[in-house]
Design a protein around this ligand. Structure first.
Ligand SMILES: [Zn+2]
Length: 447
């Protein structure tokens, strides 16, 4: 299915015909994804020694394993929480191995197919409503999201403008929403992207939620009014459009883009493809790996389009926010090395306040800190690239949860997750509007 809203010009004024006949996108079988995850398990292991970690790496290469966290097997060492999705056929061999090697494990999800079908309404009758009654508490297909964007562009032109910054590898438009009260005067801006990694569906759900809240509360909430009057928000609800679409139609746990590189494995990790210590530590040169950095920096059209846009607007974009899942963390640079950023004081206090605000909603705790020490060292990330390019506040959210549902965060948790994240984002944005006394040094010198 290709999106029909071809806008050769950079604006998109009309609602594409396909939006008038929104259909539920689901695999053409009675069971979701043709029942391919029946009997699959998600298992958590935390190696207690380097010997156990070594044994895990060995079995990983022998069995067909889909790593949920960390993103690469190379990160697994003593004490690393390791969640793996294992195919039904291989799970018996793995469990036997773990028992014989006396490695402790916990089954997080006993039957992935059932978890997938229970967690959302994809397989059941989804209550379809008109675009004016868009349901923000279900996950939406790419087609639905793009129709929603067109609809807002047509109906809320007071605060929203939609445009495309290019096309994906498979030719889909890369749409951005520019949100904020139009003004002739200079305005600073915030960039937000969701869905760099295809399977992290809560990200795009949040980007949509943010837009909804902004439009709903612009008149009633002084803080939101201030945000939209003083800033523009550039919002990209789905960064990796090809991968996201593929995660709806073929493989729910697809992470990468869908480019072909002359190998039998497709796709590049769109968060290892940026021109900052490209393909260094924490990225893989192997096209079949989930952290494959690509044949060269910005090889992915999606990464190239966004980096071009950010470069062009770097003088007025003051914050870069990227939404991932799952870990419940708020991360800032550096990602590729253990070092302190020049404006650490301001960034750290913004993170501290944001996490505190987030917790005040439902009591959910987020850790925060530099990505390298909180998560792991990874090079070629958008976070580091944005910071290096001169955007002083660069953050990556790892949204809910911590592994209970993992990538299959149920739709009933969209609302609480988005509500708390909303407060964190508002907090960071309000921080931008104040002068941070600790911010003295230019970050352009950071490498
Ligand atoms: Zn991610």
């Amino acid at each position: 299915m290709k999106f029909l809203g071809k806008s050769r010009s950079s604006t998109a004024a009309f609602l594409p015909v396909c939006c008038l006949f929104l259909k539920i996108l689901q695999p053409g079988h009675s069971r979701l994804y043709n029942n391919r995850y029946a009997g699959d398990k998600v298992i958590r292991l935390t190696p207690k020694s380097e010997e156990e970690a070594y044994a895990l790496k060995k079995i990983y290469h022998q069995l067909k394993v889909d790593l949920w966290q960390p993103s690469s097997i190379s990160y697994v060492s003593e004490g690393t929480i390791t969640d793996i999705h294992i195919h039904q056929n291989a799970s018996r061999a793995l469990l036997t191995f773990l028992q014989e090697a006396n490695i402790q494990y916990k089954i997080l999800i006993g039957d992935l197919q059932k978890a997938l079908e229970n967690g959302n309404s994809l397989g059941t009758q989804r209550r379809r409503r008109s675009l004016s009654k868009y349901n923000y508490e279900v996950y939406h297909s790419l087609e639905e999201i793009q129709c929603w964007m067109h609809h807002l562009n047509n109906t809320r032109s007071d605060l929203i403008q939609m445009f495309s910054i290019g096309r994906s590898y498979e030719g889909r438009a890369l749409f951005i929403l520019k949100l904020g009260r139009k003004s002739q005067a200079y305005k600073r801006a915030v960039w937000m992207d969701c869905g760099i990694h295809a399977r992290e569906w809560i990200g795009p759900a949040f980007c949509q939620w943010f837009v909804r809240e902004a439009l709903l509360t612009y008149r009633s909430d002084p803080a939101m009014r201030k945000m939209l009057n003083h800033l523009y928000f550039y919002i990209m609800p789905v960064f990796n459009v090809d991968g996201y679409h593929f995660s709806w139609t073929h493989d729910r746990f697809w992470r990468k883009t869908r480019s072909r590189n002359g190998f039998h494995c497709r796709g590049v990790d769109a968060n290892r493809n940026w021109k900052v210590k490209w393909c260094g530590e924490g990225a893989s040169l192997h096209p079949c790996d989930d952290t494959y950095c690509g044949p060269f920096p910005e090889s992915e059209p999606e990464v190239k389009a966004v980096s071009k846009f950010l470069r062009k607007h770097r003088n007025h974009i003051k914050a870069y926010l990227s939404f991932h899942a799952y870990a419940q963390m708020l991360l800032y640079p550096y990602s590729y090395k253990y070092a302190t950023i020049p404006n650490f004081g301001c960034v750290e206090s913004a993170a501290h306040e944001a996490v505190k605000a987030l917790q005040s909603v439902h009591g959910v705790q987020y850790k925060y800190g530099p990505a390298s020490s909180m998560l792991y060292v990874s090079s070629g990330s958008s976070l580091d690239w944005a910071y290096k390019t001169g955007i002083p506040y660069a953050f990556a959210f790892e949204l809910r949860d911590t592994g209970h549902f993992g990538f299959l965060l149920p739709e009933m948790l969209i609302r609480p997750t988005c509500m708390e994240t909303m407060l964190a984002v508002k907090n960071i944005t309000m921080h931008l509007l104040k002068k941070c006394p600790k911010e003295r040094r230019r970050v352009n010198s950071a490498t």
